[in-house]
Design a protein around this ligand. Structure first.
Ligand code: ADP
Length: 412
């Protein structure tokens, strides 16, 4: 069965077509600038690149372009649309309503709309993507896979903030966490690499990309994670500040004469590596190059980034009372030995020791020294494959349809 995996943003649509008999990638594409001048589509399939600049007024038109690209006789990957068995949609926020992936029906759509206040930027785009897909491919079963779902196993001691409890009761203000599909994929892959049942493992999954989060995974369940109500909390990221004293926001607003919304904008868009490096770059490769060239602004950003990450690893070892393996994934985690070394340096007290040679690895690899009590792995993430697997599991035998009761739900 072929599964289309879709990640809809407010002005973009990323997709992959995966053949699930061999779990191989048939096509990969991106529609950009939807609703903006200069919209375009680019797709790679069978080693050929399909590129077109065309007006895409909305997500429905983008889906039309996607279907055109996938079924293009010269550049496509499919004879016709009937060869797509199901669609898996990445959805950012499932709040407390979703503890696993679900077949999309009317009740699911209502719950997604109810969650908009928790993810005002992301969920409306995800909803537009689902609705557009339904209008272009009516009758094809669709599954929603949530970034937050994996973290719904966190105990309340980890997800509650130290706020008046009524705010949790009234508004569900709490830690939700994100990147759940990646953490779940990487943790299960690590269990296979270690040759042990995941139920017996304590793992720390370190997803470091433009956005970064760590998760403590005990027995296959997320028990804590660094992102919070929104992806702003936790680690130093490309442009996000991560943790700070909330009083900073009021002070910034007052002293700079900006609104609270704009102050939060500074934390989201102008902080992190970009802000700490004095505007040098949000991209780790530039920061590392600056660090290696002796630039102090780059070194400052790299130090804060690595120190925050180190502290969370220590915290999660304490939270789980142990750790069998640390897993590095995503753009920085998979590719940058320098970042991994800075984070894990001087952690031998906790039984963590990198092997400098093995740490040069690219791709899936064990990179800890032979005597290291805690194993360290590079595990490339594959969120699209994880979404496709869930989609297959939920629709492979089911004849699910939009607007009919969900016939199968996973609360794994
Ligand atoms: P996201 O999916 O969150 O947008 P990615 O997982 O693609 O982000 O990660 C982007 C980050 O990974 C950037 O900071 C970039 O510098 C870093 N990165 C990508 N490739 C490499 C590489 N080969 N070496 C070091 N860092 C890399």
């Amino acid at each position: 069965m072929n599964i289309l995996v879709v990640n809809a943003g407010s002005s973009s649509l990323k997709y992959q077509l995966i053949d699930m008999t061999s779990e191989s990638l048939l096509a990969k594409g991106l529609c950009e600038r939807i609703g903006i001048e200069g919209s375009n589509i680019e797709q790679k399939a069978n080693g050929r690149v399909y590129q077109k600049t065309l007006p895409l007024k909305n997500h429905t038109e983008a889906f039309g372009a996607l279907v055109g690209a996938l079924t293009d006789p010269e550049y496509g990957a499919l004879k016709d649309l009937s060869l797509i068995g199901a669609v898996g949609h990445r959805v950012v926020h499932g709040a407390e309503a979703f503890t696993g992936s679900v077949v999309i029906d009317g009740a699911v759509m209502k719950a997604l709309r109810d969650n908009i206040p928790l993810a005002p930027l992301h969920n409306p785009a995800n909803i537009m993507g689902i609705e557009a897909c339904r209008s272009v491919m009516p009758g094809v079963p669709m599954v929603a896979v949530f970034d937050t779902a994996f973290h719904q196993t966190m105990p309340r001691r980890a997800y509650l903030y130290g706020l008046p409890y009524e705010y949790y009761e009234k508004y569900r203000i709490r830690r939700y966490g994100f990147h759940g599909t990646s953490h779940r994929y990487v943790a299960s892959r690590a269990a296979a690499l270690l040759g042990k049942p995941i139920e017996r493992l304590k793992l720390i999954s370190c997803h470091m990309g433009n956005g970064s989060s760590f998760a403590a995974v005990d027995g296959g369940r997320s028990v804590d994670t660094t992102m919070g109500l929104t992806p702003l909390e936790g680690l130093i990221m490309g442009t996000r500040s991560g943790d700070l004293d909330p009083a900073v926001i009021e002070m910034l607003a007052q002293t700079e004469g900006i609104s609270l919304k704009d102050a939060i904008g500074v934390l989201n868009k102008k902080s992190g590596l970009l802000g700490l490096s004095g505007g040098l770059s949000s991209d780790w490769r530039d920061i590392r190059a600056g660090l290696q060239a002796g630039d102090d602004a780059a070194a400052r950003a790299a130090e804060v980034f690595a120190y925050r990450a180190k502290k969370y690893i220590g915290a999660y070892i304490a939270a789980m009372n142990g750790c069998d393996a640390i897993l590095f994934t995503a753009g920085i985690g998979e590719n940058d030995g320098c970042a991994r070394e800075m984070i894990l340096k001087d952690m031998d007290y906790l039984g963590i020791e990198l092997d400098p040679e093995l740490n040069k690895a690219r791709g899936e690899a064990l990179i800890s020294a032979s005597g290291s009590r805690v194993k360290v792995f590079v595990v490339p993430t594959n969120e699209e494959l994880a979404i496709a697997r869930d989609t297959l599991a939920l629709t492979g035998t089911a004849r699910a349809r939009f607007n009919t009761p969900a016939i199968e739900r996973s609360f794994a």
